[in-house]
Design a protein around this ligand. Structure first.
Ligand code: ADP
Length: 215
């Protein structure tokens, strides 16, 4: 069974200037441990596809299945729970700038009800995965773009998602940081996470994705 299956999904927006067809009959399936690329120019429908995948946006036609369950059939509560299984990394990292690196990673763990000691131990483990354990006490402003992104990745890993969507993650990174990010994607996939990598750069898809869809 696929981790995520998009079946004949179309999305239309009604605007005052008429109907915008953002997605037209898109089908794809992402298996566990895949690095799946989505490539397309600006306006091709990449963000719409991701929002449909979470049901933040309901497709006009077609189905989204996560592990064989149709999202359209879930209650609001089940849908909220389901969304936690898909972590999101954005171009801008959404960090708490007044908090240290480790406190940024602890934050989602506190929300899950973890006690301080347990949360800090887990956060250090996650920072080790992204190679930032020795910067735990630094503040985001003291770190490079690539390092800030790695804090965000550790924060997303704290939620134990099964799938991680990287939405245009390389835009503000240096070539070396892009290589490091790809290495992290590969090791997460090797551990069984499904990775969805959205970009408009073909060379990045060629370098890291197992399969891809062109929008
Ligand atoms: P991408 O992420 O690839 O840049 P989007 O998914 O943001 O593309 O947009 C795809 C198309 O749908 C574009 O033409 C965009 O203008 C249109 N679109 C996206 N969201 C909306 C919306 N809420 N209302 C109307 N049109 C939209």
């Amino acid at each position: 069974m696929s981790e995520i299956e998009i079946k004949n999904v179309s999305k239309k927006y009604e605007t005052k200037d008429g109907t915008v067809e953002a997605l037209k009959n898109v089908s794809l399936s992402i298996e566990q441990g895949d690095i799946y690329g989505i490539i397309g120019m600006s306006g091709a429908g990449k963000s719409t596809l991701v929002r449909c995948m979470n049901f933040l946006e309901e497709p006009t036609e077609g189905q989204v299945l996560i592990k064989g369950r149709t999202l359209g059939s879930l209650s609001k509560k089940e849908l909220r729970k389901q969304r936690e299984d898909i972590g999101m990394i954005f171009q801008h990292f959404n960090l708490l700038m007044q908090k240290s690196v480790i406190d940024n990673v602890c934050f989602p763990l506190y929300i899950q009800g973890k006690k301080k000691k347990e949360a800090r131990a887990k956060a250090l483990e996650l920072l080790e995965i992204v190679g930032l354990q020795d910067r735990a006490k630094a503040y985001p402003a003291q770190l490079s773009g690539g390092q800030k992104q790695r804090i965000a990745i550790a924060g997303v890993l704290a939620m134990s998602p099964e799938c991680i969507v990287f939405d245009e993650p390389t835009a503000v990174l240096t070539p070396q940081e892009i290589d490091e990010l790809m290495e992290i994607m590969r090791s997460l996939a090797a551990e069984g996470k499904s990775i969805l990598f959205i970009t408009h750069k073909l060379n990045e898809i060629m370098a890291v994705a197992d399969r891809c869809t062109v929008l």
